[in-house]
Design a protein around this ligand. Structure first.
Ligand SMILES: C[S@@+](CC[C@H](N)C(=O)[O-])C[C@H]1O[C@@H](n2cnc3c(N)ncnc32)[C@H](O)[C@@H]1O
Length: 220
């Protein structure tokens, strides 16, 4: 879906917002599934310097200056993407993110792996298992981490709680479309929905906005 928008608008550059520690673009560039996208700039209000200093794939840059998703510097041109982060923003800030993209004529895609549904909330209980596995693999081994994971499970509890809150805050496709219902969003075409099975088999809620493609006038 992202790649279709990129192809329609001949976009070769992506500006990922709220990138945190990286998100999916790193793997996509490494596995070359991202064509025609040739370059991806990761950005964040609080840039993750660890990721910025890592040996990252060709075509990927981590912007080391702070980038607020509601006011992206104009020199950062490209398809704006946000993964697993839009639910962090209250309605006004979320709208401001979409409006900034619209005002600057840059396509934008919001992708959420959480959902406000009972099955999604129940699934969060399983988050304990990856935490157990991840902590077992972390080096150097820290006594406090082991205790807080396996003996007094504070870390699994915090991760599960965070997952629950994320699910409860995730906008539905109709809420996303209501957000872009206004004159300030009129120059863009907006699509929202849920794709089944695209992220490790989990449904993904999305909103994609791109400049309306002008239809050639019919003659004769
Ligand atoms: C859940 S994390 C992002 C996860 C990441 N996109 C991924 O796929 O792994 C949310 C990120 O949003 C960033 N953030 C919060 N407010 C922001 C803002 N106004 N503008 C840009 N980034 C912001 C935080 O610093 C944090 O790194």
């Amino acid at each position: 879906m992202i790649l279709e928008v990129a192809a329609t608008h001949s976009i070769t550059q992506v500006v990922d917002l709220c990138s945190g520690g990286g998100g999916p673009w790193i793997d996509w560039l490494l596995s070359a599934v991202s064509q025609p996208v040739q370059s991806v700039i990761l950005t964040d209000k609080f840039p993750n310097i660890d990721t910025a200093n890592k040996n990252i794939p060709t075509g990927l840059t981590y912007w080391t200056e702070s980038v607020d998703a509601t006011e992206v510097p104009i020199q950062l041109l490209g398809f704006r993407t946000l993964f697993t982060s839009f639910h962090h923003f209250k309605k006004d800030a979320a709208r401001a993110i979409l409006q900034d993209a619209c005002e600057n004529g840059q396509p934008i895609g919001v992708f959420e792996f959480t959902r406000r549904t009972i099955p999604a909330l129940l699934l969060m209980l399983l988050a304990i298992v990856p935490v157990w596995i991840a902590v077992a693999q972390m080096r150097p081994v820290k006594f406090s981490r082991i205790v807080l994971t396996y003996l007094i499970p504070v870390i699994p509890f915090v991760v599960t709680f965070d997952g629950f809150v994320s699910c409860l805050r995730t906008y539905s496709p109709s809420e996303l479309l209501t957000m872009v219902n206004g004159a300030e969003f009129a120059g863009f075409e907006w699509k929202a929905g849920i794709t089944e099975g695209s992220a490790f088999g989990f449904p993904v809620t999305y909103l994609i906005g791109s400049p309306a493609v002008k239809q050639p006038k019919q003659t004769g």
